[in-house]
Design a protein around this ligand. Structure first.
Ligand SMILES: [Zn+2]
Length: 232
Protein backbone atom coordinates (compact mmCIF):
# COMPACT_ATOMS: atom_id res chain seq x y z
CA UNK A 1 0.00 0.00 0.00
CA UNK A 2 1.34 3.41 -1.03
CA UNK A 3 -0.11 5.36 1.89
CA UNK A 4 -1.23 4.59 5.43
CA UNK A 5 -4.40 5.57 7.29
CA UNK A 6 -3.05 7.68 10.16
CA UNK A 7 -6.28 8.98 11.65
CA UNK A 8 -9.68 7.29 11.78
CA UNK A 9 -13.09 8.89 11.43
CA UNK A 10 -14.67 9.79 14.78
CA UNK A 11 -11.36 9.38 16.61
CA UNK A 12 -11.05 11.42 19.82
CA UNK A 13 -7.68 13.05 20.35
CA UNK A 14 -6.23 15.92 22.42
CA UNK A 15 -4.84 17.26 19.11
CA UNK A 16 -8.43 18.16 18.18
CA UNK A 17 -9.33 19.39 21.69
CA UNK A 18 -11.26 16.19 22.29
CA UNK A 19 -13.69 16.73 19.40
CA UNK A 20 -14.42 13.72 17.16
CA UNK A 21 -12.49 13.60 13.91
CA UNK A 22 -14.76 14.67 11.02
CA UNK A 23 -12.80 12.76 8.36
CA UNK A 24 -9.88 10.42 7.81
CA UNK A 25 -6.16 11.22 7.73
CA UNK A 26 -3.81 9.62 5.22
CA UNK A 27 -0.09 10.00 5.88
CA UNK A 28 1.74 11.00 2.69
CA UNK A 29 4.85 13.01 1.85
CA UNK A 30 4.42 16.73 1.22
CA UNK A 31 3.93 17.41 -2.50
CA UNK A 32 1.99 14.23 -3.29
CA UNK A 33 -0.38 14.79 -6.22
CA UNK A 34 -4.02 14.82 -5.16
CA UNK A 35 -6.97 14.12 -7.43
CA UNK A 36 -10.71 14.34 -7.09
CA UNK A 37 -12.55 11.11 -6.34
CA UNK A 38 -15.87 12.46 -7.57
CA UNK A 39 -17.37 14.40 -10.44
CA UNK A 40 -18.54 17.86 -9.47
CA UNK A 41 -17.69 21.52 -9.07
CA UNK A 42 -15.15 23.14 -6.76
CA UNK A 43 -17.39 24.89 -4.23
CA UNK A 44 -14.67 26.63 -2.24
CA UNK A 45 -10.92 27.00 -1.92
CA UNK A 46 -9.96 27.81 1.67
CA UNK A 47 -6.86 28.95 3.53
CA UNK A 48 -7.12 28.94 7.31
CA UNK A 49 -3.40 29.67 7.78
CA UNK A 50 -2.09 27.71 10.74
CA UNK A 51 -5.56 26.73 11.90
CA UNK A 52 -8.02 24.00 11.03
CA UNK A 53 -7.32 22.27 7.69
CA UNK A 54 -4.99 25.07 6.46
CA UNK A 55 -5.16 25.15 2.67
CA UNK A 56 -8.06 23.10 1.40
CA UNK A 57 -10.42 22.34 -1.44
CA UNK A 58 -14.14 21.65 -1.08
CA UNK A 59 -15.78 19.96 -4.04
CA UNK A 60 -19.53 19.75 -4.40
CA UNK A 61 -20.05 16.31 -5.91
CA UNK A 62 -22.86 15.63 -8.35
CA UNK A 63 -24.31 13.37 -5.63
CA UNK A 64 -24.88 16.48 -3.48
CA UNK A 65 -22.19 15.69 -0.89
CA UNK A 66 -19.21 17.93 -0.17
CA UNK A 67 -15.74 16.41 -0.54
CA UNK A 68 -13.12 18.11 1.62
CA UNK A 69 -9.34 17.95 1.09
CA UNK A 70 -7.22 19.57 3.82
CA UNK A 71 -3.62 20.49 4.82
CA UNK A 72 -2.64 20.97 1.17
CA UNK A 73 0.54 22.77 0.09
CA UNK A 74 -0.56 23.82 -3.40
CA UNK A 75 -4.03 24.24 -4.86
CA UNK A 76 -4.45 23.99 -8.63
CA UNK A 77 -8.20 24.57 -8.93
CA UNK A 78 -10.46 27.54 -8.28
CA UNK A 79 -14.04 28.02 -7.20
CA UNK A 80 -16.16 26.84 -10.11
CA UNK A 81 -13.62 24.46 -11.67
CA UNK A 82 -15.40 21.37 -12.99
CA UNK A 83 -13.66 18.18 -11.88
CA UNK A 84 -13.97 14.50 -12.76
CA UNK A 85 -12.91 11.40 -10.89
CA UNK A 86 -9.13 11.64 -11.31
CA UNK A 87 -8.85 15.39 -11.99
CA UNK A 88 -5.70 16.89 -10.50
CA UNK A 89 -6.59 19.40 -7.76
CA UNK A 90 -3.24 20.15 -6.07
CA UNK A 91 -0.48 18.87 -3.82
CA UNK A 92 -0.66 17.48 -0.31
CA UNK A 93 1.13 19.26 2.50
CA UNK A 94 1.30 20.01 6.19
CA UNK A 95 -0.58 23.32 6.42
CA UNK A 96 -3.08 24.27 9.12
CA UNK A 97 -3.38 22.53 12.48
CA UNK A 98 -1.34 19.42 11.68
CA UNK A 99 1.32 17.33 13.39
CA UNK A 100 2.88 15.90 10.22
CA UNK A 101 2.46 15.71 6.44
CA UNK A 102 -0.89 14.16 5.66
CA UNK A 103 -4.11 14.53 3.74
CA UNK A 104 -7.26 15.20 5.72
CA UNK A 105 -10.29 14.00 3.80
CA UNK A 106 -13.90 14.45 4.80
CA UNK A 107 -17.35 14.04 3.29
CA UNK A 108 -20.14 16.32 4.45
CA UNK A 109 -23.78 15.67 3.63
CA UNK A 110 -25.95 18.58 2.42
CA UNK A 111 -27.50 18.73 5.93
CA UNK A 112 -24.04 19.46 7.41
CA UNK A 113 -23.47 16.04 8.99
CA UNK A 114 -20.13 14.38 8.36
CA UNK A 115 -20.27 10.97 6.70
CA UNK A 116 -17.70 8.25 7.47
CA UNK A 117 -15.35 8.39 4.41
CA UNK A 118 -13.35 5.24 5.37
CA UNK A 119 -14.75 3.27 2.41
CA UNK A 120 -13.19 5.81 0.01
CA UNK A 121 -9.66 5.17 1.37
CA UNK A 122 -8.59 2.85 -1.48
CA UNK A 123 -10.02 5.21 -4.09
CA UNK A 124 -8.17 8.16 -2.52
CA UNK A 125 -4.90 6.22 -2.41
CA UNK A 126 -5.33 5.11 -6.05
CA UNK A 127 -5.97 8.74 -7.07
CA UNK A 128 -3.01 10.13 -5.09
CA UNK A 129 0.61 10.36 -6.12
CA UNK A 130 2.35 10.28 -9.44
CA UNK A 131 0.38 7.27 -10.61
CA UNK A 132 0.44 7.52 -14.39
CA UNK A 133 2.81 8.67 -17.08
CA UNK A 134 0.04 10.53 -18.94
CA UNK A 135 -1.03 12.48 -15.85
CA UNK A 136 2.52 13.33 -14.84
CA UNK A 137 3.39 14.59 -18.33
CA UNK A 138 0.26 16.71 -18.39
CA UNK A 139 1.17 18.31 -15.04
CA UNK A 140 4.67 19.11 -16.36
CA UNK A 141 3.11 20.59 -19.50
CA UNK A 142 0.84 22.82 -17.43
CA UNK A 143 3.78 23.92 -15.23
CA UNK A 144 5.80 24.87 -18.30
CA UNK A 145 2.94 26.91 -19.68
CA UNK A 146 2.22 28.62 -16.38
CA UNK A 147 -1.45 27.62 -16.31
CA UNK A 148 -2.85 26.81 -12.89
CA UNK A 149 -5.38 24.17 -13.73
CA UNK A 150 -8.21 26.57 -14.34
CA UNK A 151 -9.40 26.32 -17.88
CA UNK A 152 -11.89 28.76 -19.36
CA UNK A 153 -11.92 28.07 -23.07
CA UNK A 154 -13.45 25.05 -24.73
CA UNK A 155 -10.21 23.69 -26.21
CA UNK A 156 -8.48 23.70 -22.81
CA UNK A 157 -11.51 22.11 -21.19
CA UNK A 158 -11.50 19.42 -23.84
CA UNK A 159 -7.74 18.85 -23.43
CA UNK A 160 -8.09 18.72 -19.66
CA UNK A 161 -10.88 16.16 -19.96
CA UNK A 162 -8.89 14.13 -22.48
CA UNK A 163 -5.78 14.14 -20.26
CA UNK A 164 -7.87 13.10 -17.26
CA UNK A 165 -9.48 10.22 -19.17
CA UNK A 166 -6.14 9.19 -20.65
CA UNK A 167 -4.35 9.27 -17.31
CA UNK A 168 -7.23 7.32 -15.73
CA UNK A 169 -7.05 4.71 -18.51
CA UNK A 170 -3.25 4.48 -18.10
CA UNK A 171 -3.51 4.01 -14.35
CA UNK A 172 -6.20 1.30 -14.75
CA UNK A 173 -4.03 -0.53 -17.32
CA UNK A 174 -0.95 -0.21 -15.11
CA UNK A 175 -2.86 -1.63 -12.14
CA UNK A 176 -4.18 -4.48 -14.31
CA UNK A 177 -0.64 -5.25 -15.54
CA UNK A 178 0.74 -5.06 -12.00
CA UNK A 179 -1.95 -7.46 -10.74
CA UNK A 180 -1.27 -9.91 -13.59
CA UNK A 181 2.51 -9.63 -13.07
CA UNK A 182 2.27 -10.29 -9.33
CA UNK A 183 -0.08 -13.21 -10.00
CA UNK A 184 2.12 -14.78 -12.70
CA UNK A 185 5.50 -14.15 -11.05
CA UNK A 186 5.65 -17.25 -8.79
CA UNK A 187 5.19 -19.43 -11.90
CA UNK A 188 7.86 -17.48 -13.77
CA UNK A 189 10.26 -17.98 -10.85
CA UNK A 190 9.69 -21.76 -11.14
CA UNK A 191 10.39 -21.73 -14.89
CA UNK A 192 13.49 -19.56 -14.39
CA UNK A 193 14.86 -22.03 -11.83
CA UNK A 194 14.14 -24.93 -14.23
CA UNK A 195 15.78 -23.18 -17.20
CA UNK A 196 18.78 -22.22 -15.03
CA UNK A 197 19.21 -25.85 -13.97
CA UNK A 198 19.02 -27.05 -17.60
CA UNK A 199 21.52 -24.35 -18.60
CA UNK A 200 23.94 -25.49 -15.90
CA UNK A 201 23.63 -29.07 -17.18
CA UNK A 202 24.32 -27.80 -20.70
CA UNK A 203 27.23 -25.75 -19.35
CA UNK A 204 28.84 -28.88 -17.91
CA UNK A 205 28.83 -30.41 -21.41
CA UNK A 206 29.77 -27.42 -23.61
CA UNK A 207 31.82 -24.62 -22.13
CA UNK A 208 31.18 -21.53 -24.24
CA UNK A 209 30.77 -17.83 -23.49
CA UNK A 210 27.22 -17.91 -24.82
CA UNK A 211 26.12 -20.48 -22.23
CA UNK A 212 27.83 -18.56 -19.42
CA UNK A 213 26.00 -15.37 -20.39
CA UNK A 214 22.66 -17.17 -20.59
CA UNK A 215 23.10 -18.65 -17.11
CA UNK A 216 24.16 -15.27 -15.77
CA UNK A 217 21.06 -13.66 -17.31
CA UNK A 218 18.66 -16.24 -15.90
CA UNK A 219 20.30 -16.05 -12.49
CA UNK A 220 19.92 -12.25 -12.44
CA UNK A 221 16.26 -12.50 -13.52
CA UNK A 222 15.65 -15.18 -10.88
CA UNK A 223 17.21 -13.08 -8.10
CA UNK A 224 15.28 -9.97 -9.25
CA UNK A 225 11.98 -11.91 -9.31
CA UNK A 226 12.53 -13.46 -5.85
CA UNK A 227 13.53 -10.02 -4.55
CA UNK A 228 10.34 -8.51 -5.97
CA UNK A 229 8.15 -11.23 -4.43
CA UNK A 230 9.85 -10.86 -1.04
CA UNK A 231 9.56 -7.07 -1.15
CA UNK A 232 5.82 -7.19 -1.90
ZN1 LIG B 1 -7.95 14.96 9.83
Amino acid sequence: MKFRLSGAFGELSPVRDGRPHTGIDIAMPEGTELRSICEGVVQRVVDYGHNNIGKGVIIKGNDGNFYIYGHMSKIRVQKGTYVHDGSFIGLSGNTGHSTGPHLHFGIQAPNGHFIDPTSTFDHLVANSGNNSIGGALWERFKDVHGANGVKDNAVDKFMNHLATDLSHWCSVKMHEFHDWFTWALPDMVGYLALISALSIMLFSIVDTKWVKRTIGGFAAAFIAAVGYLTYN
